[in-house]
Each structure stands twice: as C-alpha cells, then as structure tokens.
Design a protein around this ligand. Sequence first.
Ligand SMILES: Cc1cc2nc3c(=O)[nH]c(=O)nc-3n(C[C@H](O)[C@H](O)[C@H](O)COP(=O)(O)O)c2cc1C
Length: 195
Amino acid sequence: MDAPSLLFVAGSARAGSFNKKLASLGSTIANANGIKATFADLGDYPMPLYDGDLEAKDGLPDNARKLEAVMRLHHGVMVMAPEYNASISPLLKNTFDWISRLQYEQKDQQTVFQTRVFALAAASPGGTGGIRGLFTVRHVLEYGLGAIVLPDQFLLPKASGAFDDDGHLTNKDAQERFKGLIQKLARAAHVLHGD
Ligand SMILES: Cc1cc2nc3c(=O)[nH]c(=O)nc-3n(C[C@H](O)[C@H](O)[C@H](O)COP(=O)(O)O)c2cc1C
C-alpha cells in the first residue's frame, strides 16, 4: 500500500481567510508528521457560478477538471468550511457542484468523492466555530456526493486571535486535537482507499 496522502482545501478564496490559514497549517502539520500533504487554494481554481445552459454550451470549466485531478492524487481530503448564514459557503458548493458533473463523463468509474475519505474543519471569528455550516457540508458530501466523512471534526472559534505569527494555533491543546484529526484521516484513508 502507498503511504496515504492528504489534500487540504478551504471554502474561502479570501486573502486573509482563517479557513485557508487552517488548511495551510493542516498541510504543514501533516508533512511534519510523515503524511504527504498538499494545500490547494480554491482561488487558484476560479469557476463561474454553475449554470446548466453554460454547461450545455461550453462543458465543464477546465479548473473543475484540474481540481478533480488534484483530488485524485490524494487518498483523503480535509475541507475547511466557512459558515455562511449557518450553511455552506457558495464557493465550496459551487466547486463541489461543478466537479460532481464529471460523473456523466466518467460513466464506468466511481467519482472522486466516492473514492476518497473526507474530514471537516471550520474556523470562524464567532464563538461557535462554524459548526452549523459543517452540518450542511457533511450533508452535501455524504448524501449528495456519496462520500465517507469521518464523524470527528475540528472547530476553531474566535479565529481572529487563534494563530501565532508562524501560522500555528496559540492554543496548544487545540493544535494537538487538530493534529489528531489529521492523523485519523490519514489512517482512515489508508485503510479504506490505500492502493
Ligand atoms: C454572507 C456571510 C454570512 C456569514 N454567516 C456566518 C455565520 O452564520 N456564522 C459565523 O460564525 N460566521 C458567519 N460569517 C462570518 C464568517 O465566519 C467570516 O467572514 C469568516 O472570516 C469567513 O471565513 P474566512 O475567514 O475563511 O474567509 C458570515 C460571513 C458572510 C460574508
């Protein structure tokens, strides 16, 4: 079996995004602990808002194909999801929606969502850490896209003061819990989808 590799993505493209910071930290922690990991910035994969007429005319955006290919290079995916009005961010939903359309071209193979293991995390400047958004993200991934999503998840409330200058969490207990989830995702991805 290959050693498991993990992809970290955040549902925000904002330059100062707390969820991007958390995804980047996740990738750093994974690599420091012997787990091959990549951080993918959705800002590098811009896609138009999904529109069936656009799809019929032009097909899928190249960036949907590119990001799906990057996902296929990894065994597990950790999604850092900002909470927007108690739900999923439009960027994350739009990205999932476009990539989900590839299934109609890949008729005889399982989708990238069905063949990776996922874990969820959220960072929010508020006190609840974005947990309400994760209910929707989990629903979309599990029920909509057929993904296996670990029951454990990581929440980072009060995110504006949660990172030190090096991008690590100032709360060492929180950083250990985050590391624990990353290691669990790597183990689950290894068991379920290792080559
Ligand atoms: C349209 C919109 C709705 C939001 N709704 C919530 C919310 O329901 N709960 C919450 O904790 N934060 C909410 N926020 C604040 C976001 O958590 C905050 O902007 C956060 O920094 C976004 O994530 P990012 O830093 O990764 O870009 C909302 C922000 C926007 C723009």
